[in-house]
Design a binder for this molecule. Sequence first.
Ligand code: ZN
Length: 199
Amino acid sequence: MPAEVLVLNRNFYAIEVASWERAMALLYLGRASVVDDEYNIHDFETWIQLSQAIEEHPSGFVHTPTLKVAIPEVIALKFFDKVPKQEIPFTRRNIYEHYGHHCCYCGKNFPPSELNLDHVVPRSRGGTTDWSNIVTACIPCNLRKGNRMPSEARMRLKIPISKPKYRAGVTLMWRAPFKVRRSWQRFVDRAYWDSQLEE
Ligand SMILES: [Zn+2]
């Protein structure tokens, strides 16, 4: 399984998930350091030395003719301290995640297969398809509401409509379906990822 590496900025904010090849290149070029389980930082030289003493490593090793180098799980950039601002993509999956797999009308929790997306203001009345007008609805609520305004259907939103706020770790993870590794946990939003951890 090709290892992915969590990339932190200089202030330990998760900003990217990189291929192990790219992570190794950043280390080799001196632009990043390895962050170990105890938050210690190692540059490429010391990491190579440490690698020789490690028997097993979660991400495995890269072998050169004379050396083995453990593939790090987390690296931190040395010179970059910004957090890239990125919108959370407007996708079905992200909308479900945003509302915690709840139907916004009845407030109950459902598996994805029992949820739909609902235009609060129907499209036929000029309702838009974006974070400002789309909520999750269970199939019964969705059917009951139909092509009407909530008030016409005598329904109201138990969970108010909202747009997800940008949060560094979460946004990063929401942008691609990465498997969150245990070693990445403390750098991304715990509340959201507790249910998504790898075995
Ligand atoms: Zn419902």
